[in-house]
Design a protein around this ligand. Structure first.
Ligand SMILES: Nc1ncnc2c1ncn2[C@@H]1O[C@H](COP(=O)(O)OP(=O)(O)OP(=O)(O)O)[C@@H](O)[C@H]1O
Ligand SMILES: [Mg+2]
Length: 403
């Protein structure tokens, strides 16, 4: 027998989660959760709704149509697939603890839906059950705010005002009292997400790798340069905001989450709450950010984009007192740009194997236009003391981006 030195051991290949493995496990969890809640009922998964955030399925349990949503560790699918929570075995082990903890993201969402339904304002979709960390909701029919805005751009101010009116209740002490104690969904915070994504060395690495799987090389260089400059400006602008008392906000107010089952003149139903305490301009800023992204993705025409931008301006005018308007507009513009950057970079960093919603795909194709828009507005905001003037120029820029 000869004495030989042990062969150097090769590092184990990193077993990152794959789309296939994650989806298979999520579908299996939906089946098990449905069986826990409705034993002996047949469960039929009808269609997956592409989302960068969670695994969402339309399904039937017996004769009952439902939506099911699965969140892995409360992080987006994009982060998970990129390895933010480690290898697939590590994710599976952590997910089993997370599921048993009882206060995962979707348990908190279910609790918020129940509390909001009891408070009667805002009107929200009906939760059907939660088990194994899976949230089931009853389907809401009807057009979304986004579809209606494109169909009736002349009514944009009225349409955009409707969900904000629903949310006025969140400022009412009796409603706030009825919602207590509520567990916040801080995962949806605009500033929290921005800081998490872009701070420090990991933030720089993240920016440098954006679009590798999604953009042509020439497009990618321009996009990354514009984003780097905009992020640096927003980091500074964020620290310069006037400190204010946080308010209770809805958290994820976007046109896709506002549905009109009884027609446009009636009360809407809101999906996907993420109640948390944050800067008071948060809900308006998110609605503005996602409305502008809808225009950039759909490119209806400059006239339609102009009407919808004017609707945003009219609502903003009504939303604020003259004395606090400048502070509010600065806060809106800063949060709006942060939210746009947050979601655009999520789309750009999604692995090519992850199915994304049509709007996300369109925005990846228009990434240079969106980046040029946020670069121009943030640049203007950084050197201009008057946010009202920046706001007016931003509206003109939106008109161009939507054409
Ligand atoms: N109860 C429901 N009724 C009607 N549509 C629903 C319902 N639940 C989910 N959807 C549809 O599925 C989409 C994704 O669901 P949801 O917003 O809850 O998941 P998400 O992971 O937060 O996705 P995203 O990050 O795109 O908002 C919604 O925008 C909506 O189109
Ligand atoms: Mg959602």
């Amino acid at each position: 027998m000869t004495d030989t030195a042990p062969a150097p051991s090769l590092p184990e290949p990193l077993q990152l989660p794959t789309v296939h493995a994650v989806f298979a496990q999520a579908a299996d969890t939906i089946h098990r959760a449905a069986a826990d809640l409705w034993p002996h009922q047949p469960v039929h998964l009808v269609e997956q709704v592409p989302s960068p955030t969670s695994y969402v399925q339309r399904l039937r349990v017996g004769d009952r149509p439902l939506y099911a949503k699965v969140s892995l560790l409360g992080v987006s699918l994009v982060s998970l697939l990129r390895g933010a929570c480690g290898t697939w075995p590590a994710v599976q082990a952590a997910q089993s603890v997370y599921q048993d903890s009882g206060d995962g993201l979707l348990e908190r969402e279910a609790a918020q839906l129940h509390a909001l339904a009891a408070a009667r304002y805002p009107r929200v979709c009906t939760p059907a059950g939660v088990a194994r960390g899976v949230l089931f909701t009853e389907p809401v029919a009807g057009s979304s705010l986004g579809e209606l805005l494109l169909l009736q751009p002349g009514d944009a101010a009225v349409l955009l005002q409707v969900p904000l009116d629903e949310l006025r209740a969140l400022r009412h002490p009796s409603v706030v009292h009825r919602l207590r104690p509520f567990a916040p969904i801080s995962e949806r915070s605009i500033t929290g997400t921005f800081l998490r994504k872009f701070t420090g060395v990991t933030g720089s690495v993240y920016l440098n790798r954006l679009g590798i799987d999604r953009c042509a090389p020439a497009q990618r260089d321009d996009v990354v340069d514009l984003l780097r400059a905009t992020v640096a400006r927003l980091q500074r602008l964020g620290t310069e905001l006037t400190p204010g008392r946080p308010a209770l906000v809805y958290g994820d107010l976007k046109p896709e989450h506002v549905l009109f089952p009884d027609g446009p003149g009636q009360r809407p139903v809101l999906l996907d709450p993420g109640l948390l305490r944050a800067r008071p301009a948060t809900d308006y800023a998110k609605l503005a950010s996602r409305t502008v992204l809808l225009l950039a993705a759909r490119r209806p025409s400059s006239a339609i984009a102009g009407s919808i931008a004017q609707g945003l301006a009219d609502v903003a005018e009504r939303h604020t007192e003259r004395s606090t308007r400048r502070t509010w507009l600065r806060e809106v513009l800063t949060l709006w740009l942060m939210d746009t950057i947050n979601i655009l970079t999520t789309y750009l960093s999604a692995p090519s194997t992850l199915p994304l919603p049509a709007q996300a795909m369109a925005l990846i194709g228009r990434a240079e236009t969106v980046c040029a828009l946020v670069d121009a507005i943030s640049g203007d905001l950084a050197v201009n003391a008057d946010p009202a003037a920046v706001w007016d120029r931003a509206l003109e820029r939106i008109e161009v981006a939507g054409s």
